[in-house]
Design a protein around this ligand. Structure first.
Ligand SMILES: C[S@@+](CC[C@H](N)C(=O)[O-])C[C@H]1O[C@@H](n2cnc3c(N)ncnc32)[C@H](O)[C@@H]1O
Length: 222
């Protein structure tokens, strides 16, 4: 490509990335007031018991939660670990802050984009997220950032839904994905386990919790 073409192409690429991030952020801002209510049945059925895993698996002195949302995981933070939590939707974050104050949870809650974390390299012993990498606009970039801020002997914990492996179910998820993205901002056909590997993590545990759609993943930096 001639050098003079690089600058306009790069500018268009950056503008497109920014506009996708803005639209995902706007969607979460829009549904923030309804989010907890919409998920009551799922929380009661399964999510609550899956989140419980966080309490025993978050280890070390410092941990980072990415995409804290309305703060559903606050109740599962182990008391002895210093936790920082981020989200790029101010309205979701506002709800998490209210919950933290109400329940006396001592965590630092910051507005930040997972794709550009404002932390130094090797800052955290555990980095974790639940149901987030279905909506991060560039999931591999986000997972690379998590790897950068995670200590070399640290650990990534993920609870995520992803595209089923069976070809028929996978195709159905692909077909209805655009509708789901439009309504709630989450993709149901992301290959998150592959994205984790592409971002430079080595998966140490991959537990299938609800067929192969919802999975618990533990990984370490390669
Ligand atoms: C489906 S919600 C999950 C919230 C929470 N983790 C839970 O388990 O209920 C996804 C959250 O990820 C946040 N999110 C998506 N992309 C993000 C990004 N690039 N940086 C920070 N937060 C992001 C959204 O704003 C939203 O609050």
């Amino acid at each position: 490509m001639p050098l003079w073409l690089f600058f306009p192409v790069y500018t268009v690429w950056v503008m497109r990335k920014t506009s996708i991030s803005n639209s995902v952020r706007r969607r979460y801002n829009r549904i923030a007031f309804l989010y907890d209510f919409m998920e009551i049945p799922l929380e009661l059925l399964r999510f609550g018991s899956w989140r419980l895993k966080l309490r025993s698996r978050i280890k070390g002195n410092r941990a980072l939660e990415v995409g804290v949302g309305t703060g559903k995981n606050l109740a599962y933070y182990p008391g002895e670990v210093e936790i920082t939590a981020i989200d790029f939707s101010p309205r979701m974050l506002w709800r998490a802050r209210k919950k933290a104050m109400r329940d006396n949870v001592d965590a630092e809650l910051l507005e930040m984009d997972a794709q550009q974390l404002a932390f130094s390299d090797d800052s955290f012993d555990t980095v974790f997220a639940t149901f987030v990498f279905c909506s991060v606009p560039d999931p591999v970039a986000g997972l690379r950032e998590l790897r950068r801020v995670c200590k070399p002997d640290g650990r990534l914990l993920l609870l995520e839904h992803m595209r089923p492996e069976s070809s028929l179910a996978g195709i159905i998820f692909d077909l209805i994905n655009p509708i789901v993205v439009r309504i709630v901002g989450a993709n149901i056909n992301r290959r998150t386990a592959d994205n984790v590997r592409r971002a430079g993590w080595q998966i140490q545990l991959e537990e299938k919790l609800s067929s192969d759609v919802v999975r618990w993943i533990e990984a370490g930096p390669v």
